[in-house]
Design a protein. Sequence first.
Length: 758
Amino acid sequence: MALLVCTVGLVIYANYLDKVIRQKFDGKRWSVPAVVYARPLELYPGLSLAPGVLAEELQLAGYRKEQAAKDPGGYDRTGNVMHLVSRDFYFSDGLEKSAAVTVQFAGQRIEQIKRTDSGERLSLVRLDPARIGSFHPREHEDRIVLTRADLPDLLVKSLIAVEDRHFYLHFGVDPLAIIRAMFANIRAGETVQGGSTLTQQLVKNFFLDSQRTLGRKVNEAIMAILLEMHYSKDEILTAYANEIFLGQDGGRAVHGFGLASQFYFRRDVKDLAPAQIAMMIGMIRGPSYYDPRRNEERCLQRRQVVLEMMRSEGDITDEQYQTAQAARLESGDAILSGFNRYPAFLELVRRQLDRDYRDEDLTGDGLKILTTLDPQVQMQVEKQLTAALAALEKRTNRKGLEGAVVVSSREGGEILALAGGRHPLRPGFNRALDAQRPIGSLVKPAVFLTALANGYTLATPVDDVALTLKNAGAKKWQPTNYDKMEHGRVPLYEALAQSYNLATVRVGMEVGVEKIVQNVRRLGVDRDFPPYPSFLLGAAPMSPLEVAQMYQTLAAGGFYQPQRVIRSVLTADNKVIESFGLSVEQRFASDLIFLLNTALKRAVSEGTAESLRSYVPEYLQVAGKTGTSDDMRDSWFAGFSGDKLAVVWVGRDDNKPIRLTGATGAMVVWGEIMQYLPLAPLELTEPAGIEWARADMGGFDQSGVFFRSSELLPFAAGSVPRQTARLESPSPPSQAPVAERLEKSTSGILNTIRSWFH
């Protein structure tokens, strides 16, 4: 009777386990994370790119340096010549096939590109992008799912020889292997050999936990038999190859031979050499114990055992064995992957996915997210931010400095690089996105833009003299200039270029703080600020990303486009998912922005950012603005060249003073970064109707006396002052600042003489 009850119970329990197996194994076996890619690298003759920089990006993209590149994902370099073989990749516009190309460099530029086989010259080559991250809302695992056809014969034969030589003969459990392992362990006095089949290992990893209990072993055996009853050997083998745990990449578990092949060797599994196959199979016994990065000697010894077994089984020849035995392990540098290499940028990717894509579009597994990240820019941002902050700490003898950087394309609004702190790989607070700090004088362009839209010109005289503002129920406010001086009557452009606080407040109060707050929103900062007079000097807190959006609209000539990090999203079968929320809108008249940007160029050529010329060549004609918050707690700089916009914040997380202005802190970091990037000169597009004239600053009536010489300035149509010398063919704007500085060197002496008589 007891036997009958046990038998019935066992049948019922086996039936329950059978349902568990079939339900999970018949369904979606793995939730494949979304994969995030950088922008594709496009190579063409004339591109400013050094061979060493290309090699760095190829390494990030998982390319291998070889003696002679012949397989996809390989490259070699001899002097100024590089051979590489790209890999197949599906972009939003279709498949880009693998190609073997030869790149010839001339100094720091690409001279020509040819097909390696035919010698045909190419005008453009698009390489597969670097995989920079992966994430999934439900899992912390990662894998590249393979089919049975993807598994190389040598991998399959060697795996079976080492882990389960009777795999194709047993029914899920191998009694002979269990007996053999039991005697081996008794002789050794410890567990030195296991008797589990590949099927049992799959059951343990896929359905059960790793507890070493009798109950778990019984479940494992029953489920292995049931699995073999319903599924073919090839299905089980393929599932095992995708499920097996083979290492850890930070917080990401590396599962399956497909991902392990990329992680350890930067190769597709079909391109693995015998030594590499032997290493991975050897690691199955203990991925941490045989980790080649931490336990190189153990890994080599275990690999040798597997190679000997591969030779004895006839899976490799003696010659292949000798070659594999002599092969070195991949170095630590080679193993380090680009996966999740840029956590601050990836966080912005997450947020923009939530903003721009519907939930139902993102529920599929294995999505491909093609982003705007430029690895070359990102590398320089991380390197120079860390070095510059360390140098600033040494110079000021103050520790604890932090920073954030946002770099984007000037007109496209694509985020090219982002740093949320000085330690780029350290997870935690993302200052670029979440640090809300007062922006100081970075708000002043919005003040003067509002003034230009309300009847002011760049030549309008404004008073930079003391004033006191009374607010109902609040203390009197008496703003001061940074140098504690008053500068009298100055032209509007100079008030901005020199960042005079008193003149700014007077202009802002006259045009209305509410209008300025409204224009800040129109520039792209999507939230409200109380219209207090202190807003005129940047008392409003913003994140570096918000500041970048505001200056993006200025840099793009008054056209607003939401900054973005995602170019396209593809499904697992390479179908493009429609994007949402992307638009371009003209929010400010082009002539007003042209006038303002002309003044921002003067801020660099002769104003508070003049020392930037120590980092960026004068011919680039960059525009920018420094910013410093009260008590020098925050240092800011925002500026743009012809093709790139960058915003830098420097401060402390505890909000203590850092004793650095925008020019001595953030601008230094900005300059250190930008001097290592290829930049295009800033040539402002002059709108129709702009008139250039020399405003005679000494010829105004008594209400606008300036004791200085004439200045070459642009004016909106119909706004040229009476006291001007109009120019029908003015000097090109790109040449104007140099000519003006020559005039100023002469006019400075004249102004001094004139001042003796006034």
